[in-house]
Design a protein around this ligand. Structure first.
Ligand SMILES: Cc1ncc(COP(=O)(O)O)c(C=O)c1O
Length: 357
């Protein structure tokens, strides 16, 4: 039975990715063995890694002197990993715009001297339009979360943050728009939203910011980079799925295509939801609204359960808000096509018609 999966992650994969993975589980490219059995030292796996890097470089326009690492531990591991590798003798700053950046700050501060500013979504537009360089001037690096998956808040224009060295958690929007690397020194993303399945974290950084540290192996960014992500056994199947997703993204038209798609889809739903302003609340100010995760609440809370149960009857899944905030969350990652958006939009129309009075 067909389901319409709008989950925030692990998220929907394009059907072509699933069918190629299915074939490769039986046998990977005439090797006589399954992709699940392939050695991370084999030529086949080395080729997969190389192709992932080539495709990521062209999709994301990664500068030549940046490294690409595929690590484990999810985005959450980065909260431990980063303060052991960046700003070693100096402070790190954290711009808190939602739940995920808050969690990062909570972890960073256990490890090193960390400065924070909490910015409500309604203040983001002003912050980005003024000279904000004063705020974190004593910090060597500034961590931000480009897309707050739980709160539906997004910052895409990194250049408007006047700090020379940004570290960006792009877990839920990497691959959905182009950005300038000028002041971005490191980005990371758990793959399970736009880029694949859990088990691999994409980490991309400026080689000039790799420091000699005396950390144990898996906490040592420089060592991991010198060993090209195979210091230990990588999550080979997750990397393979990332490879298929990158291929599909390139074939579909790259980031130009997905950026346009995400603008179109999110505008469509925000406009529609905005027209029911007496029935529902879009909590995020217009400027900071995420194109990846659309969140809303009902004015009358009783409608939330009704909405979720009726959606389920129509085979719409994955739209319950995060357990920490409730409400509804519709995630519009790259794999969500127009047919799906149209389907949920019609469902919303029908739902409000039914409960008009
Ligand atoms: C923006 C963001 N950061 C971090 C995380 C944590 O990711 P992981 O579960 O891979 O540790 C998530 C998970 O949804 C996220 O959306």
């Amino acid at each position: 039975m067909k389901k319409y999966n709008f989950s925030a992650g692990p998220a929907k994969l394009h059907p072509s990715v699933i069918s190629k993975a299915q074939e490769s589980i039986i046998e990977y490219e005439n090797t006589g063995i399954s992709i699940l059995e392939i050695s991370h030292r084999s030529n086949e796996y080395k080729k997969i890694m190389e192709e992932v890097k080539i495709n990521l470089t062209s999709l994301l326009n990664i500068p030549d002197d940046y490294f690409i690492l595929l690590l484990q531990g999810g985005a959450t591991y980065q909260n431990t990993f980063l303060p052991h590798n960046y700003g070693l003798d100096n402070k790190i700053g954290c711009l808190i715009t939602g739940e995920w950046s808050k969690k990062t700050f909570e972890d960073f501060k256990l490890i090193k001297d960390t400065e924070k500013i909490t910015l409500e979504d309604s203040k983001i537009e002003k912050f980005l339009s003024e000279d904000n360089g004063e705020y974190f001037k004593d910090t060597e690096y500034l961590h931000i979360t480009s897309n707050e998956t739980i709160n539906g808040i997004q910052i895409r224009d990194f250049k408007k943050i006047n700090h020379p060295s940004l570290i960006v958690d792009m877990s839920s929007d990497l691959g959905s728009y182009k950005f300038d690397w000028e002041n971005v020194k490191y980005i990371y993303a758990g793959a399970q939203k736009n880029m694949g399945i859990p088990g691999v974290t994409i980490c991309i950084g400026d080689e000039a910011h790799l420091h000699d540290v005396k950390n144990p192996a898996y906490l040592n960014l420089k060592k991991l980079s010198e060993n090209d992500s195979v210091l230990n056994t990588p999550s080979t199947f997750s990397v393979y799925i990332l490879h298929l997703v990158c291929q599909w993204m390139v074939e579909s038209g790259g980031l130009e295509y997905f950026e346009q798609q995400s603008i179109k889809h999110s505008n469509l739903l925000y406009d529609q939801l905005g027209s029911y302003s007496e029935k529902l609340i879009l909590p995020v100010s217009q400027f900071a609204r995420s194109r990846s995760n659309i969140v809303f609440n009902f004015v009358d809370n009783n409608f939330e359960k009704k909405f979720l149960s009726e959606a389920e009857k129509e085979n719409i899944v994955g739209i319950e808000g995060h357990r920490s905030v409730g409400g509804i969350r519709i995630s519009l990652y790259n794999s969500v096509d127009y047919e799906m958006v149209d389907y949920i939009s019609e469902f919303i129309t029908k739902f409000f018609k039914k409960y008009e009075n």
